[in-house]
Design a protein around this ligand. Sequence first.
Ligand code: 5AD
Ligand code: SF4
Ligand code: FES
Length: 362
Amino acid sequence: MSTTSIQQLLKQETLGKSDLVALLSADETQRKLLFERSAAVKQEYVGNKIYYRGLIEFSNLCGKNCLYCGIRAGNRNIRRYELTEEEVLAAARYAWENRFGSLVIQAGERSGAGFVKRIELLVRQIKALSKGELGITLSLGEQSEDTYRRWFDAGAHRYLLRIEVSNPELYHKYHPATRRHDYQARLNALYLLRKVGYQVGSGVMIGLPFQTVDDLADDLLFFREHDIDMVGMGPYIEHENTPMYRYKDQLLPRTERFYLSLKMVATLRILMKDINIAATTAMQAIDPMGREKSIRAGANIIMPNLTPSSYREDYLLYEDKPCTDEDAEECKRCLEARIHMAGGQIGYGEWGDSRHFASRKK
Ligand code: 5AD
Ligand code: SF4
Ligand code: FES
């Protein structure tokens, strides 16, 4: 598509599938126009505040075997861990004292009764120690409605569950054909979360083998169709100890995967103006300035890592994950500098809930 037509598209009120494909296919000159427009939309609808979600990688134990993921159950090459209650509460206290506003508790997917109970207790304890001030997001995979409700009643109010790829045919290429890796079940989990009352986040990986720009446009339409409140998405990055490593020579070069991801962020900001969009860590795994660039292109959420340093090497979902040699203090300082460099202002002590959620509740 010509540059003038891209300019026309960016002025349009509504965007259809072919428009999204054109924006995602923007060349180097055109993508600058796209990023200018998405920056303006961001400024107008969500402002330049960036909200923190302090990330606690609670455990790398996982019962699933997603074919791309470095902590899949089948990877025998890693040391498995679960943080102690003291470690989680110390991280939460740090977040509260440093006025992070919110936390994310993330882990591999497990559903045992003991696990469900421990999370419920931790949520209650974090709420208590922060006098209700810390907002809590969970990212713990597919669970039953009852489990989602228990965690919600304990005080968690947002949940992240990436659909990973919205096309059911493609989904099966990246997941084993077992009941535990069922597209419909995952989709249903998104409905359950919404029914229970969470602000619901989802997301996809970008630059997977076999995935086309057409599929990515469908991913964006999926978020809109399901009225998602928050999105976290980033480039797929190969990991040596996973089955999908065999496709490593068929992937887009990493820089292209990065720019495609950045175009996804920008296009999504234009498509769903008032949602929360994360500047994901995977962006920085490819480009040292990846998260700043995401903020400029439309992201408004960032997740400073709070996992105790001694465990960070064990939570490698993909290669070149940044921050593995740093601690909470270093990540905090580093991100402050990065956000200021990207023209953002940090929403200290604020939850920074999705405006989209607030308006759909009305
Ligand atoms: N590359 C990029 N992202 C990955 N994730 C898992 N493995 C990879 C990988 N190899 C993402 C998934 C998951 C999130 C926690 O991490 O999207 O939902
Ligand atoms: Fe487990 Fe999540 Fe990794 Fe899948 S992506 S193997 S569910 S941690
Ligand atoms: Fe962790 Fe920069 S954010 S070192």
